[in-house]
Each structure stands twice: as C-alpha cells, then as structure tokens.
Ligand binder design. Structure first.
Ligand SMILES: Nc1ncnc2c1ncn2[C@@H]1O[C@H](COP(=O)(O)OP(=O)(O)OP(=O)(O)O)[C@@H](O)[C@H]1O
Ligand SMILES: [Mg+2]
Length: 228
C-alpha cells in the first residue's frame, strides 16, 4: 500500500477581490519508505502541496490519502490525530517552541499523542544528531544548525511513516547544511520512513530516488534513479 496518494489535487486561494489558483491538478503516489524530492521555481506551489499532504490546510478539490485514509473525509481533529501518528515535518525556519528546552521540544510529538516518560528516547535521538551536550538549552541558546538538529530529532521521535521536509537547509550555510542533510537521510533510512523533500539545491534533490519537478502549479516532469 502506498503511504501517500494524491489525486488531481487543486488549491485556489480566495480573498475578497482575488482568486489565485496555485495547484492545477497534482497527482502523485509514494510507496512506503521511498524518497522523493520536489523541485521547481519559487511560487510553483511546493510548500502549498506539502501543507495539503500533511493535512495542515484544505484542498479546493481532489484527494490526499495518507496511510490509506482520505484526509478530505476527516474532521480537523481526526486529521490532526492521523498527522500526529504518521507524519514528521521539518521546516526551513526550524519552528521550535522558544519556551521549551531541546529535550522538551523533541518530546512534543509524543505529548500530542498523550505519551509521557520518554525523556531517555529524546536524549538518545539528540545524541544521534550530536547534541548530547545541549539537552537543556533553549532554542535561543542554540545556533541555526543546532536548532535544525533538534527539529530533526523532533521529527523522528514518534517514528513517523512519512517525513515532509520543506527546504530543511534553506536557512543554513553550506558548511552547516552538509551534516544536517546526512543526519536527515540517515535517520530516514534507519527508520524506513518515506521522505518528501522540497529543495532548491540540485545536489540535495539528487539524493532522493525520485525527483519531481513542479512548474506553474502542476508536475511537469519526473526522473527516477535506480538507487540512491
Ligand atoms: N495563504 C495564502 N494566501 C494566498 N496566496 C498564497 C497563500 N500561500 C501561498 N500563496 C501563493 O501561492 C503561490 C505558491 O506558493 P508556495 O509557497 O506554495 O510556493 P513555493 O513553490 O513553495 O515557493 P518557494 O520556492 O518560494 O518556497 C504563491 O504565488 C503564493 O503567493
Ligand atoms: Mg516554499
């Protein structure tokens, strides 16, 4: 069974005076454990597509199935529960909670599912991304690269079946990006998580088995590599 099935997905943003169609019928199927990069110019709808796939926003029409369940048939609460269970997310801007320490940030996805007492697991994951000496630091006390490593640990703590990463190295310099990319791909591979990775970096895109190119709100091309 595919982990993600998108069928003819459309999104129109409406305001009082304007209508802007950003996605014009996107279809894509991703198998469990597979990796897919999404590339394309600024404004082509990549972030919008990720938000719809993760159930963060409503499509105008079309269907998104996550783990076989159609998001458009679910209530907001049901969608949130499914997201907490199946999905990890890494953003360009880290999105850590400023009032929580590194360990506490990593524990958030578990707490959303009502699980407690997993501090050891959070510390273990933080050690895997090289932050064993930063467990009790707050986001403001961490560098950008360190914050993104906390975000990686947070994305994997609940063993998601699919990870969405939206330009995960977009706010980092080249020296900091390299290790972050390696950590992301390693955690992903070890956990057998499917990956959808939006990036402007061709070298990073080439690390995925599939590379999907978007343009003007649709998929305009795809390449597949035998292995990555
Ligand atoms: N909430 C919103 N309301 C209205 N328009 C929006 C909204 N969010 C995005 N858009 C518009 O949708 C289009 C696609 O935006 P999106 O963020 O998906 O592009 P992107 O491919 O991720 O671009 P980038 O590479 O710059 O991140 C843009 O023209 C943007 O202005
Ligand atoms: Mg974007």
């Amino acid at each position: 069974m595919p982990i993600l099935e998108i069928r003819d997905l459309r999104k129109t943003y409406r305001s009082a005076s304007h209508e802007l169609t950003v996605l014009h019928g996107v279809s894509l199927t991703l198998d469990e454990g597979d990796t897919c990069a999404i590339i394309g110019p600024s404004g082509s709808g990549k972030t919008t597509l990720l938000g719809l796939c993760a159930g963060l926003d409503d499509a105008t029409s079309g269907s998104v199935k996550l783990g076989g369940q159609a998001l458009e048939k679910m209530s907001q609460d049901e969608r949130a529960a499914l997201r907490n269970q199946l999905v990890g997310f890494v953003f360009q801007s880290f999105q850590l909670i400023p009032t929580l320490t590194a360990v506490e940030n990593v524990l958030v996805p578990l707490e959303l599912q009502g699980m407690s007492g997993r501090e050891r697991d959070a510390e273990e994951l933080l050690a895997q991304v090289g932050l064993e000496k930063r467990l009790d630091h707050y986001p403001l006390q961490l560098s950008g690269g360190e914050q993104q490593r906390v975000a990686l640990a947070r994305a994997f703590i609940h063993r998601p079946r699919i990870l969405f990463a939206d330009e995960p190295t977009g706010n980092l310099d080249a020296d900091t990006s390299g290790p972050i990319v390696e950590m992301l791909l390693r955690l992903n591979r070890e956990a057998g998580t499917a990956l959808v990775l939006v990036t402007h970096d061709p070298a990073l895109a080439a690390r995925a088995r599939r590379v999907v190119r978007m343009g003007g709100g649709t998929i305009i091309g795809e390449e597949e590599h035998a292995s990555r």
